[in-house]
Ligand binder design. Structure first.
Ligand SMILES: N[C@@H](CCC(=O)N[C@@H](CS)C(=O)NCC(=O)O)C(=O)O
Length: 197
């Protein structure tokens, strides 16, 4: 869209901001990036996202859009015809991609955060269990949707691939989760053996 003014309020370490920036780059859109300081949030951020006060926020011709998944879908619709389509045209395929994008945020990321940040070892162990189950489900979906091709949508990169970008190096996270689970099982076995003696 010629002459469109696009601005992203972000923070360098945020995976949610990365998701939006990946989508913007895939669509080949120019935008202004504004780095936020969480200790001193700008008035623009506070007025653009008064509910959550979080980044990313996309501001398109002065109108703010919040929440990374919604922003990616918005970019695909508002800039239809500019760069590749990020979501499939078929409504059923679109629904499937939206389902898995929501699954990544609601199940995978939540269990991943629990696995690493929970207060007790029991909660962490539960987080690891949930994380591995969620990864298995997502991998199954990837196999089914991609039909052996490199992206969720097959040959072309799309919104779901951008959604998955919130997971840095999933393979290593899962590997670490498996090691932690083995360590926990060994510690439990040792403590049970000690109680017996
Ligand atoms: N569900 C949101 C998550 C956004 C989010 O958690 N942003 C964090 C940065 S990673 C934030 O702005 N934190 C600032 C704060 O909590 O004060 C999305 O998908 O956009």
């Amino acid at each position: 869209m010629a002459g469109a003014e696009v601005k992203v309020l972000g923070q360098w370490a945020s995976v949610w901001v990365c998701r939006v920036r990946i989508a913007l780059h895939l669509k080949g859109l120019d935008y202004e990036y504004v780095e936020e300081d969480f200790n001193n949030k700008s008035d623009l951020l506070l007025t653009s996202n008064p509910v959550h006060k979080k980044v990313p926020v996309l501001i398109h011709n002065g109108k703010p859009i919040c929440e990374s998944r919604i922003i990616v879908q918005y970019l695909d619709e508002a800039f239809f015809g500019s760069g590749p389509s990020l979501l499939p045209v078929d409504p059923h395929q679109r629904a499937i991609e939206r389902f898995w994008a929501a699954y990544i945020d609601d199940k995978l990321v939540v269990s991943w955060v629990q696995a690493f940040k929970a207060k007790t070892e029991e909660e962490k162990a539960e987080g690891i269990k949930l994380l591995l189950a969620a990864m298995e489900a997502l991998e199954g979906a990837l196999r089914e949707c991609s039909k052996g091709k490199p992206f969720f949508g097959g040959d072309c990169v799309g919104a779901l691939d951008a959604a998955e970008a919130v997971l840095p190096d999933v393979g290593r996270v899962v590997e670490f989760a498996k090691i932690r689970r083995t360590q926990q099982a060994a510690a439990e076995a040792a403590s049970a053996a000690a109680k017996k003696n």
